[in-house]
Design a protein around this ligand. Structure first.
Ligand SMILES: Cc1cc2nc3c(=O)[nH]c(=O)nc-3n(C[C@H](O)[C@H](O)[C@H](O)COP(=O)(O)OP(=O)(O)OC[C@H]3O[C@@H](n4cnc5c(N)ncnc54)[C@H](O)[C@@H]3O)c2cc1C
Length: 388
């Protein structure tokens, strides 16, 4: 006899773990399946999260490795600018510890977490949802629940089986963590030779460790290797090619994030900042919206399409404009030639741009600032953003 659960969550990243924790905390019986053997294993992420997130989502602060209150920026020709925010605007976390904290919270609320368990199939059986999973320990098993939450990150295989949409656009990200002293502090680098279409970063995480990474529309691992060679040539030979790991990052929004008895959350729903590729904050925000929707509908078992459409309306109300404006802003800036980027650096030096960023800039809420900056820029293509 297959046991019936209230909720099955597929994927043990921040979005799945937070959703599981919130639902279990409200008394639902929640099972979470994660294909990796351990939560927090093999994660490719810089771990930068807006400071505001810790209070907003009740996150433990012991995963914080460093805080960001300023940022250096380097133009294609090497012009350097320093932006000082005046206070901490973001934190860099140890992703393993961050995810483990969310897992411990979910467990303490009563959720069950099964690691090393890959969900292979998902099927809507009318009155319930059925998933088949495989683990080395238990072999093939089947599980049933009133509703399933897909929090599978950039894996969209299950989406196709139940008619969910998936992102049409992606950008490529890559990162290495190096044991070097980054004396310059946090650094953003732009230019067609560094990270075509986007930007690179070098973020110190402890006294003698730094995270060097980039997002680009081209081959991220290739550009990362090039960047390491130019900044830390002594490190290149020590690094194996496999260490230049890259990963795609979803660029949303996705057309359909719910189906009968199923919703998608986090990067599985492309709830990822389209300017930077950061997905932790929006993943947590939309997990909360997902959990609230499920809790409202659970007492009457109302998980029809019309019931779950509320979830999509709510999360799109919260972040769709951020995703759209951010996407066009990043694409527009990414298509500027290096000469135009130099002009933007000049503009930033002279035109009251930094005071505006200080006043209006929020790490995870960028539309207002982007539109204000677009008004100031003398580059025609940026002006079109104002119409979005
Ligand atoms: C180079 C790089 C740097 C980044 N830096 C940042 C940053 O600084 N800040 C930020 O906010 N974001 C950053 N991101 C993005 C961030 O890592 C993701 O947006 C975030 O992890 C998404 O969380 P999630 O829970 O939605 O998905 P994930 O964290 O990807 O979790 C999904 C989980 O589902 C599991 N899974 C998938 N399929 C199955 C299945 N069938 N059965 C069972 N389990 C399954 C996976 O193993 C995975 O553990 C970065 C990404 C890259 C590539």
């Amino acid at each position: 006899m297959i046991q019936m659960n209230d909720v099955i969550v597929i994927g043990g990243g921040p979005s799945g773990l937070h959703t599981a924790g919130l639902l279990a905390d409200s008394g639902l019986d929640v099972k979470l399946f994660e294909k990796k053997n351990r939560i927090g294993e093999d994660i490719l992420c810089t771990g930068i999260i807006g400071k505001e997130a810790f209070e907003r989502f009740g996150l433990k602060e012991d995963s914080i490795l460093s805080e960001l209150a300023y940022m250096n920026m380097v133009s294609p020709s090497g012009t350097s600018l320093r932006y000082d925010h005046g206070k901490v605007f973001a934190c860099v976390v140890d992703r393993k510890k961050f995810d483990l904290n969310l897992a411990h919270k979910a467990l303490s609320c009563g959720a069950q977490i099964f690691t090393g368990t890959r969900v292979e199939n998902i099927r809507n059986a009318g009155d319930y949802i059925e998933v088949s999973s495989f683990s080395k320990k238990r072999g093939e098993t089947r599980h049933r629940a009133k509703i399933a939450v897909l929090a599978t990150g950039i894996e969209y295989r299950l989406h196709k089986k139940i008619g969910l949409g998936y992102p049409k656009n992606y950008i490529n990200g890559a990162q290495v963590e190096l044991d070097v002293i980054n004396g310059e502090g946090p650094l953003i680098m732009v230019g067609s030779k560094v990270a075509p279409g986007a930007f690179a970063w070098n973020i110190p995480v402890r006294k003698n460790r730094t995270r060097l990474g980039l997002i680009t529309e081209k081959d991220a691992a290739f550009y990362l290797k090039k960047l390491v060679s130019s900044l830390y040539p002594e490190k290149v030979t020590a690094l194996e090619s496999e260490q230049f790991l890259s990963k795609i990052i979803a660029q949303g929004p996705v057309s359909k994030t719910y189906s009968h008895r199923v919703i998608a959350v986090g990067e599985a729903a492309a709830q990822v900042k389209t300017t930077t590729g950061g997905g932790i904050y929006y993943g947590l925000l939309c997990s909360k919206i997902a959990a609230e929707t499920i809790l409202r509908k659970f007492p009457t078992d109302s998980f029809e399409l019309s019931d779950l459409s509320e979830y999509e309306r709510s999360w799109k109300k919260a972040i769709k404009r951020e995703l759209l404006v951010g996407y066009f802003a990043r694409r527009t800036c990414g298509r500027l030639g290096d000469k135009d980027v130099e002009k933007l650096f000049q503009l930033a030096k002279t035109n009251g741009v930094f005071p505006l960023i200080r006043e209006r800039g929020k790490f995870d809420w960028q539309v207002d600032l982007i539109l204000e900056l677009a008004k100031k820029a003398s580059i025609p293509s940026l002006k079109t953003l104002i119409k979005i």
